[in-house]
Write a protein that binds this ligand. Sequence first.
Ligand SMILES: Nc1ncnc2c1ncn2[C@@H]1O[C@H](COP(=O)(O)OP(=O)(O)OP(=O)(O)O)[C@@H](O)[C@H]1O
Ligand SMILES: [Mg+2]
Length: 360
Amino acid sequence: MPDIRLSQVSRVFGAFKAVDDITTVFAEGTVTCLLGPSGCGKTTLMRMIAGLETPSHGSIKFGDRDVTHLPPGKRDVAMVFQYPVMYRTLSVIENIELPLRRDRALSPAEVRRRADEVLEVLQLSAERHRHIGDLDVGTRQKVAVGRAIARQCDVILFDEPTTNVEVHAKLALIRAFKDFRARLRQTVIYVTHDQTEAMTLADQIALMQSGRISQCAPPHVMYDRPESRFGGWFLGNPGMNFLSPRSREGSMLRFDVLSNAIAVPAGADGELSLGIRPEHVDVLAEPADDAVAARILRSSITIGGQQLLSLLVGEARLKAKIPPCEPPADGKTVFIRCRLEHVVLFNDGLRLPAPVTRAA
Ligand SMILES: Nc1ncnc2c1ncn2[C@@H]1O[C@H](COP(=O)(O)OP(=O)(O)OP(=O)(O)O)[C@@H](O)[C@H]1O
Ligand SMILES: [Mg+2]
């Protein structure tokens, strides 16, 4: 399987840069999720990799093969879209076999073997003779995935394949995707604006913002060590808390949410902010070492049943996510602790690499 190498790839529409000077490598045999808000350029980038869109500038290679100006049919890519084109009057197996039969190099027996394999991996064997028109959206989308993987192309591209699928079918589709990954190791680019999907499926997430990749990293690295405030904000539900310093004296920096001053790190020459995720804020009923008093402004329940607390700490506002419990009363005083290993510092919106430490 080849890797996918993008070199200074841009796509402009009129004066608008939909994709802006991207240079990166998506490693062979891995799943990269392109994640980012609506309009950030995910589909445009994917369409250029597919050959459905030509870059205004830059080059795209699959391994050493320059595909920048090759049509889709010559690239050895398979695609699954949000609204896949299916032959509604044909059966499931016929839909999967049709593109394979066009490949003269494949014997009828091989076509059948591959179709059977994907039906089994995607747990579609019971549906093999049903007509596409009789299936629900989720199952139809599974067939589209099967049709793409059966071609055994070097590269498979997915553009938001679960967006129109109801939530349970979506989970089934994600499970099927993971099952097929365990068996076949094609290089996959998967576009989504759903961070949970990206966290679940990706070997690495390429987080996009305004036509650029702001960070490309494994999901847990992206979550724990976002390189920018944008990454901290975009990932998480809700995203990271950001706090401005209360004061800066010499080599000491104070924040309302920390009981002790921290050392001013190297490179802290711009506008500083502290980042901490809501689930990393410890909330205690009693005073404790390293904890500061906070007032509960509001509490609400998240989808997982956890409590989301809005807190006032000094003059700062902070969100904390705590395990399911009796909702604490608004106005109540609690004590919060932000452990330094979970704290990150941003300088003009970009994370400072040095670990955050207490001032001497
Ligand atoms: N053919 C086109 N002509 C003009 N503008 C375009 C064209 N295709 C895309 N754009 C613009 O480029 C930007 C990026 O679009 P794109 O579809 O790549 O975003 P996206 O990240 O896939 O968004 P979404 O999450 O909504 O699917 C958008 O502002 C869009 O309006
Ligand atoms: Mg899109």
